[in-house]
Design a protein around this ligand. Sequence first.
Ligand SMILES: NC(=O)c1ccc[n+]([C@@H]2O[C@H](COP(=O)([O-])OP(=O)(O)OC[C@H]3O[C@@H](n4cnc5c(N)ncnc54)[C@H](OP(=O)(O)O)[C@@H]3O)[C@@H](O)[C@H]2O)c1
Length: 250
Amino acid sequence: MRTVVIAGGTRGIGGALAARLRQAGDQVLALGSEDADLTSVRQTTELISRLPDRIDALVLAAGRFDQRRVVTAEGLEQTFAIGVLSRYLLTEGLRPALAKAASTPVVLNLSGTGGIRAGRIHWDDLQLRHGYTMFKATMQGARANDLLGVAFAARESRIRYVLYNPLLVNSGMHRQLRQPLRTLVGAAAATFGTTVDNAAEPLAGLLADPPDAPLTALRRGKPVSLDRSEFDPGTAERLEAVLTDLAARV
Ligand SMILES: NC(=O)c1ccc[n+]([C@@H]2O[C@H](COP(=O)([O-])OP(=O)(O)OC[C@H]3O[C@@H](n4cnc5c(N)ncnc54)[C@H](OP(=O)(O)O)[C@@H]3O)[C@@H](O)[C@H]2O)c1
């Protein structure tokens, strides 16, 4: 029986994955905002200390979009706090627990990887104080998650890291949006998106049989070349240094 931690496992894609893994006999810790507010560095750190000291897989599926710039109690922009910083903290904090796994341990990061060049890291304004848009925040998160994978895999370890973009999924994530965008995105997801169960199926497969490579990027199962500029190791190192510093200062 494997122990799988799913941050963002209470609904949507993470919820469907949790149900599928439980059915297969895994022990699943499906975490949502009632377990810890992952926009908070303090709560994320406390959560890590409450989790088992040996786990087989960590799934990063928590996310929240907002059309307005929301600032957390710790002074961080919410999309960045939950979508980038908490993912970095969870992965680093659970590295020792993953290293003790009996099977091949794996981090599965659901993000916007997939060779989409849109968006960039706003090094001079990571918290997007100027000119915030939901798209800018989301795409910065996508670029940052590509780099989190690169930085993690740069350190020798038996832990596999998989970046996975499920593309459009009818998960209900549009409920966070204001009208009329909520209706428009909801209709697009219902028409063109895949179901959460269909999205979860290949994810369960990746956890059961992780790739051999330290880092893999997939767009709905299709490999994305790590030679692309989005996966630059030097930029990944730079981001890691910024995040370490930020977490220490919060
Ligand atoms: N849906 C898509 O089309 C799509 C496409 C590409 C990538 N993705 C990525 O896939 C991931 C999952 O997306 P989804 O559509 O399944 O999302 P979702 O249905 O909105 O589920 C989001 C999950 O995140 C948790 N969460 C939200 N805010 C939180 C907070 N402050 N602290 C702790 N947990 C929090 C929620 O828990 P509670 O409900 O308990 O708050 C829930 O379990 C996201 O990273 C998303 O960016 C999704």
